[in-house]
Design a protein around this ligand. Structure first.
Ligand SMILES: [Zn+2]
Ligand SMILES: [Zn+2]
Length: 134
């Protein structure tokens, strides 16, 4: 089983998982827009024990949205999203952006599209540059 590494932006938090994920959802719900500060969350799902924290667990803080099965875990130093146990405890949710390599599955679907950011579709079609444009 190949391993995949993950880390936060400042590097204090790091972990390792088996690169075998069951689900990969892009969630466009309003709460995911808030927790990511972006158009959607990109969440991988795996078994709860598929993680070995390598460093910085003491920097990980968790926020549970009251009354909803939505949570966010992040590095208190840099704010980067990091893995957390789902509300039911049945799955480990790994924000794909904190992985340092490619997960073994591609996104399967876009969910909560009824709440999609109003500017999302326009963004997909916008001009593309390899780097910051001159
Ligand atoms: Zn950090
Ligand atoms: Zn969501």
């Amino acid at each position: 089983m190949s391993k995949i590494l993950g880390s936060c932006l400042c590097g204090k938090v790091s972990f390792e998982s088996n690169n075998s994920f069951e689900q990969f959802h892009l969630c466009h719900c309003i709460q995911c827009q808030k927790t990511t500060g972006s158009a959607h969350a990109s969440n991988l799902f795996t078994s709860p024990d598929n993680i070995k924290w390598l460093s910085g667990l003491e920097f990980v803080k968790r926020f549970d949205v009251p009354g909803r099965a939505i949570s966010k875990a992040f590095c208190t130093e840099c704010g980067c999203g990091v893995p957390y146990l789902s509300g039911s405890g049945q799955a480990l949710v790994i924000p794909a952006g904190c992985l340092d390599d490619k997960p073994d599955i591609d996104p399967q679907d876009n969910i909560f599209c009824s709440e999609k950011a109003k500017w999302y579709e326009k963004g997909i079609g916008a001009k593309q540059f390899e780097k910051f444009p001159d």
